[in-house]
Write a protein that binds this ligand. Structure first.
Ligand code: SF4
Ligand code: SF4
Length: 647
């Protein structure tokens, strides 16, 4: 009794092969839709290239361990129940399928573990997970509905619920029969007691009907996966394997030597493959929207809306439609601070920031369209090699009254890179003055160059790649002439450009952030500092330091050596932007609040008496917001705190 029979097994096996083929064809269609043949960016097309660049770490942490999802514990646990439950079910059913061809897996210890217990645990986990998601659909969090809620989830979740329940009902009917025993099917056994007599009187054919009902629903689910939002179950892990190895945002270089260089992107066809696959993998979950400083302060930007608009164009086959850039909106594209919070937060390693920067390039270089303050900064960069329009300071003001050595080729070990904000903003000049005292106290061999210009980071992030390349090449030439091999920078934006983008243009020196060097000097006994335990210092992680470059421990080491370290709720790679990155320092801020006001309120809310940071732009942005709370200076660079504490 209750033998399914070879005919049924055989028929199901054929249908399963058909469903598997539909799944593979669906994946192939998605891959083709995202295919970037003709894109001007390297690595855009060849599958072999992509396979060779698999990011195993990202795949294991985000794709398999679902690391990003646990930031919202309830949703994270529900995802884990569904995901690992599904894996158990796939494995359990795979082993079950072996019984079709006569492999005796449904007996002994192996059968107990895999077939019975494993499948019931997996099914129960999936049941709990899917019930959570269905219940949540009745009152979804704002992030799910902002822009647009994705349709199709409810249907697929209901289908999945039916598959699981039908499986358990069939199991319980089988187990309700006299003489049938099972050690591991604890859900079916419990239900069988409840089903009791109903199950006992059911005819063999009724069980067969239930078995087929469960099987056909399951097959329908498999066929529909790639044609509905449930595709994220597969595309998410695949996309995590395609993630870039370096954290943060990296926008590919433009080939200016090409016959017709593509000055930024205005249509999907020009985007690299990874960006286009991102649109397919995006589940419209809105986590990026929730952490975006622009979206959270009422600016016209939501990274989720950027992704879903691109996804809709792609789904409609409008890959050559240049109206996309206007649909995304010029104001939205220029609201991004390039903070990378969306990239860090996305559970499937999507990169909305890179997409935004591609389009910005087109606005700036292709259409000469950018907000007026940014445009003035750009013009200043072109004519005076720095973006500080109307500054009264000149390049040497910061070291007036100080003995500052010049960099001597072949003799000086470190070049102290001054950068433009430190040179031209009076408040930031104090960072360099403090750094001079620190380097002298540590007895390092260091010097500065007479002529330096901006690294070009503001130009690059505003979208003016051409200007960035010009500035970078001039700097590289000058450094090479001076035989510079080691550079100290006080600015994470400079650090990022020097270490991420300059090597693409031929730079070969080693760059160290001042906070990392100071931490090393203190720990190595080269700098003696006095710790004041009464100083409660909260550290604001600059996006370009923590999130883009993973430098988190060293600045904290420095703070702890001069006072008591206090943390904000959003810290390290989860830091909240100061509002000044991405060229936004040179813009009029709109929206419901200033980003730096939000951040300084969070910082002062910790009860700290000082706010420390390690970036001149953060220092300037946060200082102006802190001034609304108190006339006393409250925001300092790490170098200033250490210089004060030198013994
Ligand atoms: S980009 Fe990532 S975080 Fe944003 S909606 Fe898509 S999947 Fe969610
Ligand atoms: S990089 Fe930052 S500002 Fe730009 S879209 Fe992402 S979260 Fe928003």
């Amino acid at each position: 009794m209750y033998d399914i029979g070879a005919v049924n097994y055989g028929l199901l096996a054929i249908l399963l092969c058909g469903a598997g083929a539909a799944l593979v064809l669906g994946l192939r269609d998605i891959w083709r839709r995202a295919s970037a043949e003709g894109s001007p960016f390297a690595g855009a097309t060849a599958l072999g290239d992509i396979v060779g660049r698999i990011n195993w770490r990202s795949f294991l942490t985000r794709g398999v361990l679902l690391s990003r999802l646990y930031k919202r514990p309830a949703s994270g646990i529900a995802h884990a129940l569904l995901f690992y439950g599904a894996l158990l079910e796939i494995f359990g059913h795979g082993v079950y399928a072996l019984s079709f061809v006569g492999v005796p897996v449904y007996s002994g210890r192996f059968g107990y573990l895999v077939m019975e217990l494993g499948r019931d645990v997996g099914g129960l986990a999936m049941l709990l997970g899917v019930v959570f998601f269905l219940l949540r659909r009745s009152k979804p969090p704002e992030r799910l509905t902002v822009g647009k809620a994705r349709r199709g989830f409810v249907v697929m979740e209901t289908l999945l619920l039916l598959v699981i329940v039908a499986g358990f009902v069939a199991e319980s009917v089988r187990l309700a029969q006299p003489g049938i025993t099972s050690a591991g099917e604890f859900v079916g056994l419990a239900a069988a007691r409840w089903v009791g007599q109903i199950g006992a009187v059911m005819h063999e054919h009724s069980y067969l009907v239930l078995w087929w009902f469960h099987g056909l629903l399951g097959l329908a689910f498999i066929v529909l996966i790639t044609r509905t939002p449930m595709s994220h179950m597969l595309l998410g892990p695949i996309n995590t394997a395609l993630a870039k190895r370096r954290p943060g945002v990296t926008i590919p270089a433009i080939d200016f030597d090409a016959e017709e260089p593509v000055l930024g992107v205005e249509k999907l066809a020009d985007l690299p493959f990874k960006n286009r696959f991102d649109f397919e993998a995006c589940l419209w979950c809105g986590r990026c929207h929730e952490v975006c400083p622009a979206a959270q302060t009422g600016k016209p930007l939501s990274p989720k809306k950027i992704m879903l608009t691109c996804a809709e164009y792609q789904a409609q086959g409008r890959t050559d439609d240049a109206s996309l850039i206007d649909t995304l909106g010029v104001d939205a594209l220029f609201s991004c601070t390039s903070c990378g919070a969306c990239v860090e937060e996305c559970p499937v390693t999507n990169d909305p920031a890179e997409v935004i920067l591609h389009f910005r390039r087109q606005l700036v270089m292709g259409r000469s369209e950018m907000p007026d303050v940014m445009a003035s900064a750009n013009r200043n960069l072109e004519s005076r090699c720095h973006p500080f329009v109307g500054t009264a300071a000149n390049r040497d003001d910061w070291h007036r009254g100080l003995e500052v050595p010049r960099f001597v080729p072949g003799q000086t070990e470190y070049l102290l890179w001054i950068g433009c904000s430190v040179a031209y903003e009076e408040r930031a000049q104090k960072i360099a003055r403090a750094m001079v005292r620190i380097l002298d106290a540590a007895g390092l061999s260091w010097g500065i160059l007479e002529e330096t210009r901006c690294t070009g980071d503001p130009a690059k992030m505003m979208g003016n790649e051409l200007l960035f390349v010009e500035l970078a090449q001039a700097n590289i030439e000058e450094f090479q002439e001076a035989k510079v091999t080691k550079v100290i920078t006080m600015c994470p934006h400079s650090f990022n450009s020097f270490s991420r983008y300059y090597p693409q243009l031929g730079a070969q020196w080693e760059t160290v952030m001042h906070s990392v060097l100071i931490d090393r000097l203190i720990k190595g006994g080269k700098l003696a500092v006095k710790r004041d335990a009464l100083q409660k210092i909260v550290f604001h992680d600059p996006c370009y330091l923590a999130r883009h470059n993973g430098i988190e421990a060293e600045p904290r080491g420095v703070v702890a050596s001069v006072g008591e370290l206090v943390e904000m709720p959003r810290n390290r790679e989860n830091s909240f932007c100061c509002g000044g990155g991405g060229g936004k320092y040179w813009s009029r801020e709109t929206g419901t609040a200033r980003i730096s006001d939000v951040r300084i309120t969070e910082a002062l809310g910790t009860g700290a008496n000082k706010v420390a940071t390690s970036c001149p732009i953060c220092l300037l942005m946060l200082s102006s917001s802190a001034a609304k709370h108190s006339e006393e200076p409250r925001v300092f660079d790490l170098a200033e705190l250490v210089s004060e504490a030198l013994q």
